[in-house]
Design a protein around this ligand. Structure first.
Ligand SMILES: Nc1ncnc2c1ncn2[C@@H]1O[C@H](COP(=O)(O)OP(=O)(O)OP(=O)(O)O)[C@@H](O)[C@H]1O
Ligand SMILES: [Mg+2]
Length: 366
């Protein structure tokens, strides 16, 4: 079994702390995706798991073995990078079998492993070609094939699809999901792509400046972010944060509400249903509203003027502005009938809005 467990893992380059105490529990067979802004340490953490970088302190276990000082080749892992650097003078077959051949594995074993991987990846008709005669997606599949033949317990992928065009990315994304299903191995995958993260992951790890902000299933992070960083990072276009102050704790029809007066919206008031303790009057908060939570029958009303419209065909994103210059992004069902400069009352469902403290921490309503 290849559970991967990180306990208080730290990595510094000289004086600079890059990974600052990461705890992670990855179960055998899980597909875990690391996301976070550029420079937050995603690749460094992956390289630390692989052994390409030493860990400064903390413990890394794969299965039941402590791996801190184990040679990368003995960790039972295989890594696939964004730049897949195939050997140009070797055929697909030779590229895929190279590591095994180099390790002294018998010829017939190499052949059967390479054939099996080629079958999984649909590379059989291409085995005698050289890399220059392959498309980007085919080359990426060879790179994945090179990893598969090694029978790793854990696959590490660092933005493997980011050099591919949009259509190929979708195609390879589906292939990677299928591969995971067929091999049942543990996968740790770094990406910048929201859709890859949401669709591939069993579990997403959101990193910021070398610290784990939140870990959870994609929809759990989407529905229940722990802070404004995660709320803003998961979901595209990002969640709107409307600044305001708690001005009341009304109770209507047996439900408690948190009354928030919004800044920049002509003292517009919204009432959020609250089963938990309502924050004190005077607390500065931000109200998180996702673009898709705007709808015609919403009970909270924001007076805005349309700044710009993005028509994507099936959906329209409206960039709107309040009288006090607060910006909101709204997903509209009526895109084609809207015009820039138009004033309107945008409505959202207050029951779906999230509340955050000024410092970004979530205030739970339940
Ligand atoms: N060998 C190194 N020496 C010094 N600093 C390094 C080294 N490798 C990485 N860093 C620094 O560590 C930080 C994290 O880098 P890392 O490559 O892990 O980021 P990342 O999250 O993968 O970013 P991206 O999304 O841009 O790939 C960066 O500030 C980077 O400059
Ligand atoms: Mg990186």
């Amino acid at each position: 079994m290849a559970d991967v467990k990180l306990t208080q893992v730290r990595k510094s380059f000289g004086e600079i702390d890059i990974i600052r105490g990461v705890d992670l529990d990855i179960k055998h067979g899980e597909f875990v995706v690391f996301v976070g802004p550029s420079g937050c340490g995603k690749s460094t953490l992956l390289r630390a798991i692989s052994g390409l970088e030493d860990i400064t302190s903390g413990e890394l276990r794969i299965g039941d073995q402590v791996m801190n000082h184990v040679d990368p080749s003995k960790r039972g892992i295989a890594m696939v990078f964004q730049s897949y650097a195939l050997y140009p003078h070797m055929t697909v077959r030779e590229n895929m079998g190279f590591a095994l051949k180099h390790a002294g594995v018998a010829k017939d074993v190499v052949k059967s492993k390479v054939d099996a991987a080629a079958k999984i990846l649909g590379l059989e008709p291409l085995m005698d070609r050289k890399p220059k005669a392959l498309s980007g997606g085919q080359r990426q599949r060879v790179a994945i094939g090179r990893a598969i033949v090694r029978d790793p317990q854990v696959f590490l992928f660092d933005e493997p699809l980011s050099n591919l065009d949009a259509e190929l990315r979708v195609h390879m994304r589906i292939e990677i999901a299928r591969l995971h299903r067929e091999l049942g191995s543990t996968i740790i995958y770094v990406t910048h792509d929201q859709v890859e993260a949401m669709t591939l992951a069993d579990k997403i790890v959101v990193l910021r400046a070398g610290v784990v902000e939140q870990v959870g299933a994609p929809l759990v992070l989407y529905d229940n972010p722990a802070n404004t960083f995660v709320a803003g990072f998961i979901g595209s276009p990002r969640m709107n944060f409307l600044e305001g102050t708690v001005t009341g704790q009304p109770r209507f029809n047996g439900t408690n509400y948190c009354e928030v007066t919004l800044k920049g919206f002509d003292n517009t008031v919204v009432n959020l249903p609250f089963a938990g303790a309502v924050p004190a009057v005077g607390t500065e908060v931000s109200v998180g509203v996702r673009p898709e939570h705007f709808q015609d029958d919403g009970d909270a009303v924001l007076p805005v003027t349309i700044d710009m419209l993005e028509h994507l065909g099936g959906e329209t994103f409206m960039y709107a502005r309040s009288s006090g210059d607060a910006m909101v992004v709204i997903e509209s069902k009526h895109g084609r009938s809207l015009r820039s400069g138009q004033a309107l009352e945008a409505r959202f469902d207050a029951g779906k809005a999230l509340l955050f403290h000024k410092d970004g921490q979530r205030i739970y309503a339940h």
